[in-house]
Design a protein around this ligand. Structure first.
Ligand SMILES: *Cc1c(COP(=O)(O)O)cnc(C)c1O
Length: 229
C-alpha cells in the first residue's frame, strides 16, 4: 500500500512556503489523485494529453478545483484538447507551439499560464530551448502579439545522474537564465516568477538553487508501472 497522504505531508513539511508542490500522477489511477486531493493537494502534473484528458473528465465534478499542469512534451496537434481546462503548461519549447496554445486559448476564452522549457541537461534526448533560442522567441514580433498566454517563468530537467554536483550546476544555470530573462524582458511583470525544477531524486537540491515549483511523482505515489496502461 502506498501511503500517499503521509508522503505528501512529509514533503510539505520540508518545503519552504514559497515553493509549490506539483504532484506528478502520470500512470497512476484516479483513486490515487483523489487520495492526494483529500489532504489538500490541488496541483497535479501529467505528461500525456490523452491521460490528462481522461483524468480531468473523471474528476471534474468530484474535484472541480484541481489545477492540471501539463509537464511533458506537447505536440501542436494536441493543444486543442487541453486549452479549455489546463491551468499551466510547463513544456513550451517553440514559438509555433506557443502560437497554437494562444489560438486555442482564445477560442476557449482563456488565458493559459505557460513556462518555457529550457534544455539544461547534457543528455541529448531531453527537450527544451537554449538561451539564444529563447531570446529569439522573446524578441520576435509574433511573440509580442500573443494575448491568450501568460508567460510565468522557466522549467528545466537536470541530468538523470548520481552526480549531485552536476545536477546542482545544471539547476544553477537555469536560475541564471531565469534572472537574465527576468531582468531583460519581464522586469515589471509580477507573473514571471516561476522556476519549475526538481523531481523525486533532486528536489532538495532544486530548492537550494531557487526552485519555486517542484514536480514530484514517485516519492508521493510510488513506483510507476508503464506496462499497466
Ligand atoms: C515524471 C516526471 C516528473 C516526476 O518524476 P519523479 O522522479 O517520479 O518524481 C517530473 N517532471 C517531469 C517532466 C516528468 O515527466
Amino acid at each position: 500500500m502506498v501511503e500517499i497522504v503521509k508522503n505528501i505531508e512529509g514533503i510539505r513539511s520540508r518545503l519552504p512556503m514559497s515553493v509549490e508542490l506539483v504532484a506528478v500522477s502520470k500512470t497512476h489511477p484516479v483513486e490515487y489523485i483523489v487520495e492526494a486531493y483529500s489532504c489538500g493537494q490541488r496541483i497535479f502534473g501529467e505528461n500525456k494529453v490523452q491521460e490528462m484528458d481522461q483524468k480531468h473528465e473523471a474528476l471534474k465534478d468530484s474535484c472541480p478545483d484541481i489545477k492540471w499542469h501539463l509537464i511533458g512534451h506537447l505536440q501542436t496537434n494536441k493543444v486543442k484538447y487541453i486549452t479549455s481546462y489546463v491551468d499551466m503548461i510547463h513544456s513550451v519549447d517553440s514559438l509555433k507551439l506557443l502560437q497554437e496554445i494562444d489560438k486555442h486559448a482564445k477560442k476557449d476564452g482563456r488565458v493559459i499560464k505557460c513556462l518555457f522549457e529550457m534544455h539544461i541537461a547534457s543528455e541529448e534526448t531531453k527537450f527544451g530551448l537554449d538561451r539564444d533560442e529563447l531570446v529569439q522567441i522573446l524578441e520576435s514580433p509574433e511573440f509580442k502579439s500573443l494575448q491568450n498566454v501568460k508567460i510565468c517563468g522557466l522549467m528545466g530537467m537536470a541530468s538523470n545522474t548520481d552526480d549531485t554536483e552536476k545536477v546542482r550546476m545544471e539547476m544553477r544555470s537555469l536560475k541564471e537564465t531565469f534572472d537574465f530573462v527576468k531582468k531583460n524582458y519581464f522586469a515589471k511583470d509580477l507573473d514571471f516568477r516561476e522556476i519549475s525544477m526538481g523531481m523525486s531524486s533532486d528536489w532538495k537540491i532544486a530548492i537550494q538553487e531557487g526552485s519555486t515549483m517542484v514536480r514530484i511523482g514517485s516519492t508521493i505515489f510510488g513506483k510507476r508501472n508503464y506496462n499497466v496502461q
